[in-house]
Structure formats: structure tokens, C-alpha cells
Design a binder for this molecule. Structure first.
Ligand code: PRP
Ligand code: URA
Length: 219
């Protein structure tokens, strides 16, 4: 564990750690979990995390007719939202958000880590032109060194995004520290925090390479 790591120092970080979430993450970690189930679990975990991270969604009132009477009730302002998965592994979380709120807008940021330096390399970016007016939910299951998430936030800000939230599933203490120090203003939702990074910057115990496990490209 990172020396002197204290989550309480990072006011923007929220550790979710619900027993259901932990149960599903345990199944996700299992080396015997095959891509189909792995993908399904990432989706279910994202729905559970999304339920918490989207607690402050704006609503507007509409009239609905129940079998009893007409009533004025709230609905979510979907057009004010944008989910942005970091490719590839973030796509698994995007599936969960699509299920939670069908018909929402998605942007995409493509980053991969250089295997030697562990620094992120950008290869794709497509965001809605009105991103500045939307609440942006950045999605990536893994927060390891934090490099990818920090770069993705920079990209979003360069495109004008003002209100950003980051949701991940497993974080390393190193990544939480780096992300929160770089972005103390951005809410960070975390499923669980693991022990540490190894020499290849993989999260321990972690789940291995998340993109490879979702898409079946494990070597
Ligand atoms: C993984 C993961 C994150 C990144 C986290 O992606 O999905 O984007 O690593 O590591 P970091 O916090 O040290 O930057 P990867 O680079 O393996 O790309 P892939 O999803 O396309 O395989
Ligand atoms: N990316 C992953 O997919 N897994 C890790 O453990 C670290 C980065």
C-alpha cells in the first residue's frame, strides 16, 4: 500500500464499497471468468455505480396520467448528459449506462498505455459539439497510475467540458492520489481500492488487463 495513503485527504473521492458491488467485483477478478460473463459483470457493476454517481441529476416536470388521475412528476433531463468511455475498457461501462438511461449521448476517447513508460497515448476523440453545456460522466473501469484518466480530463476540458465526474471500478491508491491531486474539483466514484501497483503498473490484486478480458484478447 502506498505509504501514508489516506482517502480522507481527497474530498472529491467517494468509495462506494457496497456488498453487492464487492461481490460482483470478486467474480470479475476471478481468472476463470470468461469474456461473456466478464462483460455482463462490468455492465451490472456500472449500473450499481451509476445509480450512486447520478444521484444529483437534474429533472423537469411532466404531466402523466396514472390509472387513477393526472399528476405532475419529474423526469431526468437526458439531453444535459454525456457519457464518455475511455476506449477500450470503458465501453463495458458504457453498456451499463445505456441500460440505466437509454438514449443518452456518448462521446469516446481512445487512449492506450505505452507498455514500457505506462504513459497514455491518445489515438481517438469524438465528443458532442455542445459538450460544454453537458454534465460529462467519464468512464473507465481501471484507475492504475491515473495517467489515462488525467489525460482524458484534459482532453474533455480542452473541448470545453466544465462539469465532469469520473467513475471507475477498481482503483490503486497511486491512481487515486494522482487523479485527486490533479483534479480536486472533479468527483471521483470508486468501486473498490486495491493494495498497490506492481512494477508493470498493474493493479494488485486487480483483475488483469480489463480491455483484454472484456474483448477476449488475453495473450
Ligand atoms: C487500461 C484501463 C485504463 C488504463 C488505466 O487501458 O482501461 O484506460 O489502462 O491505467 P492508468 O491509470 O495507469 O493510465 P489500456 O491502456 O490497457 O488500454 P485498452 O483498454 O485499450 O487495453
Ligand atoms: N489497466 C488494466 O486494465 N489493468 C490494470 O491493472 C492496470 C491498468
Amino acid at each position: 500500500m502506498l505509504k501514508d495513503f489516506d482517502l480522507k485527504k481527497y474530498k472529491n473521492a467517494k468509495l462506494l464499497e457496497h456488498p453487492l458491488l464487492i461481490h460482483k467485483i470478486t467474480n470479475l477478478r476471478d481468472v476463470n471468468t470468461k469474456p461473456n460473463l466478464f462483460k455482463q459483470l462490468v455492465k451490472e457493476i456500472s449500473i450499481l455505480e451509476g445509480y450512486e454517481a447520478l444521484r444529483d441529476l437534474d429533472t423537469y416536470n411532466i404531466e402523466v396520467e396514472t390509472p387513477i388521475e393526472k399528476t405532475i412528476q419529474p423526469r431526468v433531463h437526458k439531453s444535459q448528459l454525456c457519457f464518455v468511455p475511455i476506449l477500450r475498457a470503458g465501453l463495458g461501462m458504457a453498456d451499463g449506462m445505456s441500460e440505466l438511461l437509454p438514449g443518452c449521448t456518448f462521446g469516446h476517447i481512445g487512449l492506450y498505455r505505452n507498455e514500457e513508460t505506462h504513459e497514455p497515448v491518445e489515438y481517438y476523440c469524438k465528443l458532442p459539439s455542445d459538450i460544454a453545456e453537458r454534465n460529462v460522466y467519464l468512464l473507465d473501469p481501471m484507475l492504475a497510475t491515473g495517467g489515462s484518466a488525467i489525460d482524458a480530463v484534459k482532453i474533455l476540458k480542452n473541448h470545453g467540458a466544465k462539469k465532469i465526474t469520473f467513475i471507475c471500478i477498481i482503483a490503486a491508491p497511486e491512481g487515486v492520489k494522482a487523479f485527486c491531486e490533479a483534479n480536486p474539483d472533479i468527483p471521483l466514484y470508486i468501486g473498490v481500492i486495491d493494495r498497490e501497483l506492481n512494477e508493470k503498473a498493474y493493479i494488485c490484486p486487480g483483475l488483469g488487463d480489463c480491455g483484454d478480458r472484456i474483448f477476449g484478447t488475453v495473450k
